[in-house]
Design a protein around this ligand. Sequence first.
Ligand SMILES: [Zn+2]
Length: 267
Amino acid sequence: MIRFDRFPQGKHKAVTLSYDDGRDFDRRMVAIMNRHGVRGTFHLNSARLSSPGYVESAELADLFAGHEVSAHTVNHPFLSMSPPETIASETLNDRRELENLIGYPIRGMSYPFGSWNQEVVAILRATGMEYARTTQSSGLFDMPADFLVWKPTCHHREMLAYAQKLIDLQMRHTRMALLYVWGHSYEFDNHQNWQELEQFCRLIGSQTDIWFATNIEIVAYMQAVQRLRCSVSGQLVHNPSAIPVWFSVNGHQEVVQAGETKKLAHV
Ligand SMILES: [Zn+2]
């Protein structure tokens, strides 16, 4: 039996960080993450770029290299209390501005104030948004049923406990376990607890069985998993995507390269 239970390189565990608002404390945050190979996504409000206390437009590409720049609306409104025109323009115009600066399509966002409802989700879906993170912690390592209502595992105040929990996780029935941490870099400054971020990154960054990914890399990988096409016999798998996909067949690891059609052993 084919079982979709693996991230890239056959790993069962992944970690991603998700940080909002683009305050200048992101610089210190990125430096700590980079030292330990931890990766993540930075959700920016384009109208606030280059104003006092925020990151500069001109530094985005260098500062966030190896991470993901993502949307957070132009002006940080409560989307659940906004007319549809505002929901569409705030998200599309943020993407347009950030895309001009960063040079790749922006495919996701986080909800300002964690504010969303089903109408907001419908508009985001219609305008091509592929994921949106809420501020409601799930306490779980599960993939979301809908990436436009993506509940993180925890806020960073709990990240050390969850990192240990992920490390200790023994997967008797193997599956994909994702630790998704969210927050704001300025909170580390407000609480003077930058050492907790350092501790988290050192602990988790030293684990060789974890995939460190940006938010959109997780989404794109799961899309590639869903696009695998299998024969009825379970012997043939075709991967139409541009990235390789890992999975297991009766407990044996398999990988199907981008564009490949593969006859599986161990079926
Ligand atoms: Zn925000």
